[in-house]
Design a protein around this ligand. Structure first.
Ligand code: C2E
Ligand code: CA
Ligand code: CA
Length: 640
């Protein structure tokens, strides 16, 4: 019976197309992908050899056919062991544990030996004078080895059943079923050359399912996506290997998207992608539309990595963009993270990127490179962010109180409650640092609740009113003020502790009412009606809208330390201060000046008619016990 070569022709077409596609589009730097590529090549080589075996007899010398028959058997014989390696790579990504497979590979190695010696021994096959193939007496051994290979794959599959993703399990199962059927068919009908066609079908099915690059590649740049990059780094983090990851962030991506639209922007971003990709030996990833990462394939000695880092200076990039007539203004942040020192897991790495994205860029700056110190700061910020979330629960917060001096009464009349945070991991953190972080991640609401409760408890238990404390200042952040129910929540706590609302004063900054004037105004009006004093904090640091200032229920304005700092040395600072104080007086507001550090400043401010003083010259922030003692001492008559 004439052999049916058409199955092989179809297999040849399918495999060539798939291998071509792999190189053009589906390449990925994973062991699994390399093994898959090797399998595709083996199937192709086996198909070509099978075609030669069946078409060439009579046209070429017999030794050529000997070679092509050997090639066919070798390629076929390596296919199943490769599949075994592939299944193994699904759970052991870096193939570090490959030694476990050795016993399963021994029969395959033995069969290779048989194939290569069959030329002389005729044990597996022999060719007649016309070059036509005949089975040898020991051909059954090959079928035995094949059966053993199937068993090996099945055992590996069953063992890692739970770890292998569901889609992958089914694909491998179907692969086995198709190829087993083909082996059986070819055993029974030797003229039906379906084995290679079955392999081609299996390769195609793998390409569409398990090897689907969409799962790990970014569609528009062809770089790895977040999942792909995470898969790549996972074994490196697991083995605690030291490596560096570079990143480049398009800081103004979302603004550019508004201007250019997604499609036009992406085509322009393609220029950036081509800039990065011109360095070989580096794996690229696009984790988000605005975030690119790169990792040298060889971390120890890679010249291309050094070149890339040198090239990645803002000027080179800008020149590259300009040369390609990309007129848009791209603002970039870039840097290198040392893993695992600076990021001990993929999650920590993403956390650092997240923090870097939130770093403000200076006005007019087009790019900046994060130094190792910046990265350390980001790490600290990340740590503080984690700690601040659970700060109330972990008891890491406390309050201190900075006394406020009433110049007319010539005594301390109140105090500002200031928060402190101390954790084992961070040490003590300045509120200037952790309050902003808490505002960013929303933890501030819990922090403010803690402050209000602590102050109310203190006022209640120490009976400070009797000691001459007229009120206590609590800082409210812009995020607090934007909450619809701020006033009701605060008043509820105040009532629960049976504190007079008049004993509480809320400090808010100008930024609080720049974005959300309606809800802020409603909150402040309700608090003010209930008897809470409202103070405007940090006056002089923002861009005041004086009209809006007048429409707010403000009782006291706190002038910022920056207005005070130079009053003794600068004429213009004095002009600003004098006019500010007189304007506030005419607007019927009481004036409190913060950050008074010297007697000269204090004397000068007294001459202007300032009402209240707060600063190191008068008193530093103290804990509850010392505040109580201070107020107690004011009551005691001075010894004659
Ligand atoms: P702030 O509200 O302007 O508080 C005044 C800050 O100036 C305090 O710093 C205080 O210790 C410091 N200070 C007072 N007098 C002087 C002085 O004479 N010289 C100098 N150099 N500094 C002086 P602190 O406690 O580090 O607080 C920093 C900022 O953190 C506060 O600025 C406030 O914005 C925020 N903050 C503190 N506690 C809280 C809180 O409970 N809630 C909220 N939302 N923010 C808080
Ligand atoms: Ca304040
Ligand atoms: Ca202030």
């Amino acid at each position: 019976m004439q052999p049916n070569i058409w199955f092989n022709v179809c297999a040849l077409c399918i495999l060539s197309a798939l291998i071509g596609l792999y190189y053009v589009k589906f390449k990925a730097p994973f062991k699994k992908y390399y093994i898959f590529l090797a399998m595709s090549w083996m199937a192709l080589v086996s198909t070509v050899a099978s075609l030669c075996n069946n078409v060439l007899p009579g046209h070429v010398p017999v030794w050529v056919l000997q070679i092509s028959n050997c090639t066919y058997f070798v390629a076929q014989g390596m296919l199943l062991p490769s599949l075994l390696l592939y299944v193994h790579s699904l759970t052991d990504h870096s193939l570090s544990d490959w030694k476990r497979l050795v016993p399963w590979m021994v029969p395959a190695a033995f069969s290779m030996l048989l194939i290569l010696t069959s030329w002389y021994s005729d044990s597996l096959f022999w060719l007649d004078d016309g070059g036509v193939y005949h089975r040898g007496s020991m051909i059954w051994l090959l079928y035995l080895v094949t059966a053993f290979d199937y068993l090996g794959i099945l055992v590996r599959l069953v063992r890692s059943w739970r770890v292998i993703a569901p889609g992958e399990r089914e694909s491998i199962g179907i692969f086995l079923a198709i190829s087993l059927t083909a082996v059986f068919l070819q055993l029974v009908f030797p003229w039906l050359l379906v084995e290679n066609f079955a392999s081609a079908l299996c390769v195609m099915m793998f390409q569409l399912t398990v090897q689907n690059p969409e799962l790990i590649l970014d569609g528009s740049s062809g770089m790895l996506n977040k999942q792909g990059f995470s898969n790549l780094l996972a074994p490196m983090f697991d083995q605690c290997r030291s490596f560096q990851v570079g990143f480049l962030m398009v800081d103004n991506y979302h603004e550019l998207e508004k201007v250019y639209g997604y499609t036009r922007l992406e085509s322009r971003i393609g220029v950036l992608v081509s800039f990065l990709k011109q360095h070989p030996g580096v794996v690229y990833a696009r984790l988000d539309s605005d975030l690119f990462c790169f990792l040298p394939e060889n971390q120890q000695s890679d010249q291309s990595w050094t070149n890339l880092l040198q090239d990645l200076d803002e000027d080179a990039l800008m020149t590259h963009l300009r040369r390609r007539r990309i007129g848009m203004r791209v603002q970039m942040k870039m840097g290198v993270i040392n893993c695992p020192k600076e990021a001990e897991s993929f999650g920590a790495l993403l956390g650092l990127f997240d923090m870097a994205a939130r770093l403000p860029m200076a006005n007019g700056q087009d790019a900046f490179r994060l130094s190792p110190v910046d990265v350390q700061n980001l790490r600290r910020r990340k740590l503080i962010e984690e700690q601040v979330r659970s700060a109330v629960k972990d008891n890491s917060l406390s309050m201190v109180y900075q006394p406020i001096y009433d110049i007319r009464a010539k005594r301390f009349c109140s105090a500002e409650a200031l928060m402190r945070m101390y954790t084992e991991k961070t040490g003590s953190v300045s509120p200037a640092e952790f309050i902003r972080i808490a505002e960013d991640n929303g933890a501030i609401l819990k922090l403010t609740r803690f402050a209000v409760e602590t102050v109310c408890r203190f006022l209640r238990t120490a009976e400070l009113e009797k000691l001459g404390l007229n009120w206590m200042n609590i800082n409210l952040s812009a995020v607090d003020c934007a909450q619809e129910n701020l006033s009701s929540r605060m008043l509820e706590i105040i009532h629960n502790y049976q504190v007079e609302p008049g004993m509480i004063s809320a400090e808010i900054t100008e930024t609080a009412f720049t974005n959300m004037p309606d809800s802020v105004l409603a909150n402040l009006t309700e608090l003010s009606r209930a008897g809470v004093t409202i103070m405007l904090d940090d006056y002089g640091t923002g861009y005041s809208n004086l009209n809006r200032l007048c429409s707010m229920p403000l009782d006291v304005v706190k002038l910022d330390k920056s207005l005070v700092d130079h009053v003794c040395t600068s004429e213009s600072a004095r002009i600003v201060m004098e006019n500010t104080v007189s304007m506030m007086k005419r607007l019927n507001k009481k004036v409190l000046v913060e950050g008074v550090e010297t007697k000269e400043q204090s004397d000068y401010l007294i001459s202007l008619g300032v009402d209240y003083f707060q600063g190191y010259y008068y008193a530093r922030p103290v804990d509850a016990v010392h505040l109580e003692e201070l107020f107690q001492s004011q009551l005691e008559p001075v010894a004659p």
